[in-house]
Design a protein around this ligand. Structure first.
Ligand code: B12
Length: 216
């Protein structure tokens, strides 16, 4: 992908110019300058992952980070309509996935992006929300009957709550598969004691998983 797109997008973000940033990102998709996956992984994700704050006052940095995340979230929600258009030509694999972040985990951008990627791979994917308590997750499984629950976890501190959640899912719904994704699982020592079926760290992993379930 042409890096000038990322650089131009960053000029709007640095000025906290939400109208310009949102319009520019959506125009890249509408004018077919970039694929949706490229926009997410090579423009939106790095704008957050490499967020730098030059301000001396930490409080200013915190609201700036919140504001930037809200801009990215608006772009993702606007792209959902585009995802729906694209999925019309995608062969469905009949596999229902419920995507969420567990209790205490507020980082949700990766979960939203990967829900869209799953839809584009033919999954019947639903993003439930961030900071989802264990009881609500169990209730949603009881109502939705997903084939898989995908837990996105960023902060390694939340591995403990993830373990409690995955243990309960497997206890009450042993037939439901568990997918783990997110920065917290980059260090594999974190997952030794967790019950899960798939660990997906990238779009390539997700595509390979899509092929595996379609072949069944
Ligand atoms: C935005 C942000 C926030 C926002 C989140 C808002 C929101 N609505 O999501 C807010 C301000 C709330 C926040 C709060 C905090 N944050 Co914060 N935050 C970030 C920041 C800047 C960007 C995160 C992000 O969205 N990245 C973009 C997405 C696309 O990347 P991603 O999540 O990694 O997802 C990718 C993959 O991991 C994967 N993936 C993710 N999930 C899934 C799921 C599946 C199923 C699959 C297949 C793949 C997958 O796909 C994505 C695309 O490749 C990072 C900086 C960083 N380096 O990441 C810090 C960061 C994650 N935060 C951090 C910290 C410490 C905190 C706080 C504890 C700060 C505090 N003291 O209060 C709190 C914790 C809140 C909580 N309880 O969860 C640390 C975590 C350090 C660590 N590893 O322990 C980071 C790394 C900052 C830093 N360098 O210190 N944060």
């Amino acid at each position: 992908m042409d890096h000038t797109y990322f650089r131009e997008f960053m000029t709007y973000l640095k000025k906290e110019d939400k109208p310009a940033a949102v319009s520019y990102a959506l125009s890249l998709i509408e004018n077919q300058n970039v694929e949706l996956e490229d926009l997410y992984l090579n423009v939106l994700a790095p704008s957050l992952i490499y967020f730098e704050c030059d301000e001396k006052d930490e409080d200013v940095c915190i609201w700036k980070e919140h504001f930037r995340t809200s801009i990215i979230r608006t772009i993702l929600e606007s792209c959902y309509v585009h995802v729906l258009k694209l999925t019309k030509n995608v062969k469905k694999n009949g596999v229902k996935v419920m995507v969420l972040t567990p209790a205490f985990e507020y980082h949700e951008i990766g979960a939203i992006m990967n829900t869209h990627f799953m839809l584009l791979e033919g999954f019947d994917a639903h993003y439930i929300g961030a900071n989802t308590p264990k009881a609500e997750i169990l209730s949603a499984i009881r109502t939705y009957h997903p084939d898989y629950v995908a837990l996105s976890v960023t902060n390694p501190y939340n591995i403990v709550v993830t373990k409690q959640t995955t243990d309960e899912i497997k206890r009450f719904f042993p037939e439901v598969g568990i997918i783990l994704g997110g920065q917290a699982f980059k260090d594999l020592s974190h997952i030794e004691h967790l019950q899960y079926d798939e660990i997906l760290n990238s779009l390539e992993d997700l595509k390979a998983f899509g092929k595996k379930v379609s072949a069944k």
